[in-house]
Design a protein around this ligand. Sequence first.
Ligand code: DC
Length: 213
Amino acid sequence: MIITIDGPAGAGKSTVAKRVARRLGLPYLDTGAMYRTCALKALRLGLTRPRDVLAMFRRTRLRFQGRRVFLDGREVTRAIRARRVTDAVRPLADSPIVRREMVQRQRALGRRGIVTEGRDQGSVVFPRADIKVYLTASVDERARRRHRQEGGSLLGIRRSISARDGADRRRRVGALRLPRGAVRIDSTRLTVAEVVDWIVGQALTLTGRPADN
Ligand code: DC
């Protein structure tokens, strides 16, 4: 079974996707972490041209182990969340050639079933997914959630989220949009458990398995 969860930054995709994956016994893929890992290595090597980044990425080993991310054998779980990495991702995520490579790797990883989250998973990478979710929440709520997790300036976080929303929607390839056939869930007033239960319920209905918590 393939379940895609797309949506803007801070909508709760990772938390929801991880829990859904655990409940259904499926692997979980954070595609944002793939872009972040690529950006981290490009930063370390001083690469900026998409062609150079692509050549580097083709020789790069990525490994996901639960919540942990490994780049060429070294753990980068925390390093990829740094502000400078978040800032460096955008040009890579806007590059059609880098995206094409990401899409291929994501399809290979998801071949045998997956819960995958990102911006283009239901629209581009797995257009025939069994369940497609577009998870969103108001900008204010998404900023508050990030602020609770990471601290810092609420206003600054809100500005950065709005800027990323714009960039994610405007890019020429892989732009964030409601995938065809996706269910739009606005989580502004929902708990994580409510969203997870709904998706798991849909999945169990499709497979005919009884619900177990
Ligand atoms: O979800 P995130 O904040 O970790 O994503 C990091 C960046 O990667 C963000 O700028 C959007 C981009 N991204 C993308 O373009 N396509 C995806 N499938 C996942 C993330």
